[in-house]
Design a protein around this ligand. Structure first.
Ligand SMILES: [Zn+2]
Length: 85
């Protein structure tokens, strides 16, 4: 009887240790997945920075270096203060 109970308790202990190990692995995997998901979200947020380049001087508008007035690039002088580009 005693040996049978010992084997049962040993088996239960082994199962309990295995379950704890599996839980620890699951938590570590979940935290890694969360970090990956967060990193992916950050890269998605950082990717649209190319939009900044679209609005550069390609639109044909320039800013006056003296009074900061925005005027067409075809004009050689600022319409407000007359400063040449
Ligand atoms: Zn100006």
């Amino acid at each position: 009887m005693d040996t049978e109970f010992l084997i049962l308790y040993l088996a239960l202990g082994i199962v309990a240790v295995l379950m704890i190990a599996v839980l620890i692995m699951l938590f570590s995997i979940l935290s890694k997945v969360e970090k990956l998901a967060q990193g992916g979200g950050r890269s998605f947020e950082a990717s649209p920075y190319n939009r900044v380049n679209i609005g550069g001087n390609a639109g044909g508008t320039v800013f006056c270096t003296q009074c900061a007035t925005q005027y067409d690039a075809s004009q050689k002088n600022c319409p407000r203060c007359g400063k040449s580009r």
